[in-house]
Design a protein around this ligand. Structure first.
Ligand code: FE2
Length: 577
């Protein structure tokens, strides 16, 4: 493909479409392929190598997105790579210059000008060799490459596929990426303009939420959802005072957070050890969630006041917190809220590809296009022939039988717990029917079985329901179409029918509202409703604790064998125990 020096090249590009390869090689690495701002395929490496939150060059994902979308390697116009600095997994505790700077110098060196200079400097030492070697092997080394700043990838996810066309307030927040932990932006047309940013040192996500997660004996950057799930059981007031002096909204800069503890990252453990020794873990979780909610809401209100924009789009790992998303949506200052479903770094490959696309169009003077977000089944699928071949190889053809949606619904209504591996992988952390474990939501005993015999989950963690769109108002207060399990809702009395899919203590839910985007999944729930009168089923991700969602028939069958699932669906086939 020649450089675009003239109109001929531009016409060629417009006809072919602009194709961007997005890559994220940090925490929860992955790849995405987009054409004219629409995602053709996207997948995280963990689904292919079965290592949860895999960090590194996503070799398998890159190959897979081309295979899924039937695009040739030479057709891509740009390689967009997320983050100037590779986002390292804090659990690995790699000893490198960034960790040294972060651990010891952060309290002294977190001025924005210093971050900007050091970012440019450290980018020179970013791990690129492995990536470039891969590009060479694939024959795409000569393609233009653009690195997209970390929080801009989150903002791009939140903005370009939003469900409205208006000017938008874009908020990003996470532990940290490229030296920044939160940003406030204005999105208009095909541009994102940043108006405020919070430094890594002042991170609310890392210093409060992730370090408390670690303090309570869980994994940073992975188990924060367990604190959120535990929070309703505790009494926030009994630990709030101890946590108030960690982070606040900067009194001089109301769109930024400020770390007032004087410490950073793992050094916070000493602070928490002194403040929280002897406190109950559920009360600590409750106070953490409450302080997090209070600060985020104050920040959102300040941003709306400053910009006058009431339509809000969010992304970044902190927005996996469905409880805070609920509160933002319910603010009277907010007209509408969109949270990108792959809010965490796992979504960064799409964000990089999106931002890469609009900047590429700008440079080449091509009129850009935009797609509002629909379903997010962007991943890998197996044909029926591939499934049959797998069953033959495993000597399972005699044991497996073809099954209909009504038979599946009948088995569920009889208390069976069945995993479904069908269609394309979901993008993002939530199982939306294709890599899901299903159960009868009326039946509280299934919770015990799934927790202890199937997934080895923590006993306090809630499940979620998948509810037909026509029934959402029956079960949820202030219901609205929410297809990605990224927002929580209060429930009505009728939701006692789906009790096993609610938080058992506060009775909230983070539902998947199901329409015809996934007809096979919708059909099972409709058949279940015909038998039981209940318009929803319990849906939890198809994996064992510590593993990613099952990405291959091998992983699916291994999980079935190593748990007490009653049945496994592989496309049209059912294997029963
Ligand atoms: Fe991030």
């Amino acid at each position: 493909m020649p450089q675009c020096y003239n109109g001929i090249c531009k016409i060629f590009l417009m006809k072919k479409g602009v194709i961007i390869l997005g890559i994220h090689d940090g925490h929860n690495a992955g790849a995405a392929l987009t054409k004219n701002g629409k995602v053709l395929a996207a997948i995280n490496e963990e689904r292919l190598n079965n290592i949860k939150n895999y960090s590194g060059v996503p070799l398998l994902s890159i190959r897979k997105v081309f295979e899924i979308s039937n695009v040739s390697l030479h057709e891509i116009d740009l390689i967009a790579i997320a983050s100037f600095l590779r986002v390292e997994d804090p659990v690995k505790q790699e000893k490198n210059i960034i960790h040294f700077l972060a651990e010891y110098l952060a309290p002294y060196l977190h001025e924005k000008w210093f971050i900007k200079i050091s970012l440019k400097f450290l980018h020179l030492f970013r791990k690129k060799k492995e990536l470039y070697k891969l590009f060479e092997g694939l024959g795409i080394r000569e393609k233009p490459i653009r690195f997209i700043e970390h929080h801009l990838t989150h903002a791009a996810c939140a903005y370009y596929q939003r469900p409205w066309d208006d000017k938008t307030l874009i908020l990003t927040m996470d532990g940290m990426g490229d030296g920044i932990s939160a940003t406030v932006n204005i999105g208009q047309g095909f541009k994102i303009k940043r108006i405020a940013e919070t430094s890594f040192f002042d991170s609310l996500g890392n210093n409060l939420y992730s370090e408390i997660t670690a303090y309570l004996g869980m994994k940073r950057w992975e188990h924060e959802y367990k604190i959120m799930g535990l929070a309703p059981y505790g009494k926030a007031d009994l630990a709030m005072d101890d946590l108030r002096s960690i982070i606040r909204i900067n009194p001089k800069k109301p769109l930024e957070f400020e770390n007032i503890s004087g410490h950073y990252l793992k050094k916070m453990q000493k602070v928490y050890g002194e403040k929280l020794a002897g406190k109950r873990f559920d009360n600590i979780a409750a106070a953490t969630q409450k302080i997090f909610e209070n600060l985020v809401l104050e920040w959102v209100k300040n941003a709306i006041k400053e910009t006058g924009i009431r339509k809000v789009s969010c992304a970044g790992g902190s927005f996996l917190n469905v409880k805070v998303n609920k509160l933002i949506r319910e603010l009277e200052e907010v007209d509408d809220l969109f949270v990108y479903p792959a809010a965490e770094d796992g979504g960064a490959a799409v964000g990089a590809a999106m931002e890469g696309y609009y900047r590429y169009c700008e440079k080449k003077r091509i009129k850009p296009q935009r797609e509002k977000l629909r379903d997010i089944y962007y991943g890998n699928a197996y044909s029926i022939e591939e499934i049959e071949e797998f069953l033959r190889r495993k000597n399972l053809l005699g044991k497996a039988r073809k099954v209909t949606a009504s038979e599946i619904a009948y088995l569920l209504s009889k208390g069976k717990i069945i995993a479904r591996f069908a269609g394309r992988d979901e993008w993002g952390p939530r199982a939306l029917g294709n890599r899901s474990i299903m159960a009868d939501p009326r039946n509280m005993t299934v919770i015990r079985k799934i927790n202890f015999a199937i997934k080895q989950r923590d006993f306090w963690m809630p499940f979620a329901p998948s509810v037909l769109r026509e029934d959402m108002r029956k079960y949820f207060k202030r219901a609205r179409f929410s297809p990605y399990m990224i927002e929580a809702f209060d429930t009505k009395e009728a939701a006692s029918e789906i009790i096993a899919g609610l938080h058992p203590f506060d009775l909230t839910a983070r539902p998947q509202i199901v329409n015809d985007w996934n007809p096979g999944w919708q059909k099972i729930i409709k058949e279940f409703k015909k038998i039981t009168g209940v318009g929803g089923i319990l849906n939890t991700s198809f994996n064992l604790h510590g593993y990613p969602l099952c990405g291959t028939p091998e992983a699916a069958y291994w999980t079935f064998k190593n748990s007490q699932l009653d049945g496994l669906i592989l496309e049209d086939y059912l294997i029963e125990r």
